[in-house]
Design a protein around this ligand. Structure first.
Ligand code: GDP
Ligand code: MG
Length: 180
């Protein structure tokens, strides 16, 4: 279908996506793995960067995903409204080896919906699947809460890279399909 933006396609899409979830669940490492294929085994290394822009190709359209990461202020309600403002997507991350981080999902959803549009696309991400012996949250539990809350769901490991690209692509694709 023709549209009046055909001449400058490369600027057509810029999606703000926020990383949320408890401290130390692996938000910064998921982003580092996705954007730079890097991993930090001892990351107190939240660099002072607010966001990373990653170009992606979806349906032959160039999409820029502007992915925001918290600078370690994820204590409840310490993330400011500026962080959420304008977000069209979110990765809500918990750590499958720490049940407490799973139990806080509801709080994060409330925060997100207080500060951003109700239509924000959310994927629930159970990270650290490489820690098989330390698992405290079953895959089925993650799936169930995601289904109940209308979220996408995926389990990842920033350490061994599994499903990391898929997590980000799922969100970006869905936003693209809603907006196009
Ligand atoms: P954030 O506070 O949510 O940004 O979490 P970080 O990305 O800083 O990660 C916290 C800690 O968990 C660091 O020591 C990471 O190396 C570790 N980590 C992050 N992702 C994974 C993962 O997938 N598997 C394992 N085993 N450790 C991880
Ligand atoms: Mg971090």
């Amino acid at each position: 279908m023709a549209n009046n933006r055909d001449e400058h396609q490369s600027e057509d899409y810029l999606f703000k996506i926020v990383m949320i979830g408890d401290s130390a669940v692996g938000k910064s490492n998921l982003l580092a793995r996705f954007a730079r294929n890097e991993f930090y085994s001892n990351s107190k290394s939240t660099i002072g960067v607010e966001f990373q822009t990653q170009k992606m190709l979806i349906d032959e359209k160039e999409i820029k995903a502007q992915i925001w990461d918290t600078a370690g202020q994820e204590r409840f309600k310490a993330v400011t409204s500026a962080y959420y403002r304008g977000a069209v997507g979110a990765l809500l991350v918990y750590d499958i080896s720490r049940r407490r981080t799973f139990e806080n999902i509801g709080r994060w959803l409330n925060e997100l919906h207080t500060h951003s549009d109700m239509n924000v696309v959310v994927i629930l991400v159970g990270n650290k699947t490489d820690l098989k012996d330390a698992r405290e949250v079953d895959t089925a539990e993650g799936k169930a809460i995601a289904e109940a809350e209308g979220l996408f769901f995926i389990e990842t490991s920033a350490l061994d890279s599994s499903n990391v690209t898929a997590a980000f692509e799922t969100v970006v694709k869905e936003i693209y399909h809603i907006l196009s």
